[in-house]
Design a protein around this ligand. Structure first.
Ligand code: SAH
Ligand code: SF4
Length: 393
């Protein structure tokens, strides 16, 4: 892709291998699960009830073997076990940071690896999940952007990340135990690897599963999807997922945003803001989060802060300042603390919440934008990234 080539959704055209062997039930929507059961011999009359029962075993109790689904007849369980599996990605390694952040490396079909990060805080526990292996986009400050898109994750692999984290946190209630109110994993952010809106259907199906009240049961307000600004998919996100939205804004002029977030060449700041203004869920109680990575001397001036306020006027917003997380070979530096504070101050005085995101898990390279699977060989060269971001002029 040259610097001027349009950014295409080439991911959609990647050939997908059909699954071999038993069908994995994880990631099927309720309707798909019902259809799958019927197609494999469950009488239509029983299908709704069986779907509900199996769903609860998988998503409420965290059960992986049909044998444990004790409210189903033994013969039926044996039949299910022949045809289906309940499979989640395999956790290859786990690192725990000094600050309690956990980073899991999980392996998915094809041997690809994806990183998942769990961030415990006093009032919540947030799981940062990935939607793609790599990314088609090439944001010049993002480590994932240096890795070519390998493939989209399936809905099962996306919700599977939540399930393996719950396994590790031991958060599935004991079978038969009263409902466990402890929520170690209370929030999900789609802020790992990949652009979620370039894998819309799988992300939607997985998040619907996460929100289902008879399963993982997270409120839509506790799920935040972060996008670099895939404008045509923004209204669809409100309609079909209804979760909270975060925008990787990062710059206050098209010239700078073109370099930092090259999708801006396709949908610029004005087009993006139009889409956000129309985001039907944008009410005072449902603010859009503007993510803004603080890059020394690039986007961190007082003037930038003032321009940012002007631009987002009228949009219920929260501005999340992210001190740049450095990675080997990164072409930027983190803004000085004093600068970040001054920037935050201007925003705060304009009436916006402007939390500065504390970098978490830096010692294990788990911070935002540092994720990249070390084993992936399909890498972009630094020159290619610089050219694509227009950094060379
Ligand atoms: N592709 C989506 C979601 C993944 S990135 C998106 O771009 O929004 C999640 C957030 O981390 C984004 O706001 C992204 O811009 C930010 N980010 C990426 N690299 C970073 C880095 N090195 N330091 C700090 N934030 C970074
Ligand atoms: Fe992709 Fe988001 Fe990284 Fe940009 S910031 S390269 S969209 S993962």
């Amino acid at each position: 892709m040259s610097a001027t080539a349009p950014i295409t959704q080439d991911v959609m055209t990647l050939p997908r291998k059909l699954p071999e062997g038993p069908i994995n039930l994880v990631g099927l929507t309720r309707a798909q699960l019902r259809e799958t059961l019927i197609a494999h011999g469950t009488p239509e009359k029983q299908a709704k009830m069986r779907t509900g029962q199996i769903w609860q075993w998988i998503y409420e109790k965290g059960v992986r073997s049909f044998d444990e689904m004790t409210n189903l007849a033994k013969a039926y369980r044996a039949d299910l076990a022949e045809k289906f599996v309940v499979e989640v990605p395999e956790v290859v390694s786990k690192q725990v940071s000094d600050d309690g952040t956990r980073k899991y490396l999980v392996k998915i079909a094809g041997g690809h690896e994806v990183e998942v990060v769990y961030i415990p805080e006093t009032d919540r526990g947030t799981l940062c999940i990935s939607s793609q292996v790599g990314c088609t986009l090439t944001c010049s400050f993002c480590h994932t952007g240096t890795q070519k898109l390998v493939r989209n994750l399936t809905a099962g692999e996306i919700i599977g990340q939540v399930m393996v984290a719950r396994d590790d946190l031991g958060e599935w209630p004991e079978i038969g135990a009263p409902k466990n109110e402890t929520r170690l994993l209370s929030n999900i952010v789609l802020m790992g690897m990949g652009e979620p809106l370039y894998n819309f259907d799988a992300v939607r199906d997985a998040m619907k599963i996460a929100m289902d009240p008879e399963g993982i049961s997270l409120s839509r307000r506790r799920i935040t999807l972060s996008t670099s600004g895939v404008v045509p998919e923004i209204a669809k996100t409100a309609e079909e997922i209804g979760c909270m939205l975060a925008i990787s804004f990062h710059a206050t002029t098209n010239e700078v945003r073109d370099k930092l977030v090259p999708i801006n060449k396709k949908w610029n700041i004005e087009a993006l803001l139009d889409a956000l203004r129309a985001y039907p869920k944008a009410s005072n109680s449902e603010r859009i989060t503007f993510e803004y990575v603080m890059l020394k001397g690039v986007n961190d001036s007082d003037e930038d802060a003032r321009r940012l306020i002007q631009l987002i006027k009228g949009i219920p917003a929260k501005i999340n300042l992210i001190p740049f997380n450095e990675w080997p070979g990164a072409p930027y530096q983190r803004s000085d603390w004093k600068r970040i504070k001054a920037f935050a101050n201007i925003i705060y005085h304009a009436g916006y919440a402007s939390p500065i995101r504390t970098p978490r898990g830096e010692d294990i390279m788990a911070a935002c934008g540092q994720l990249k699977s070390a084993t992936e060989r399909a890498r972009k060269s630094r020159a290619q990234i610089a050219a694509e971001a227009g950094l060379n002029g």
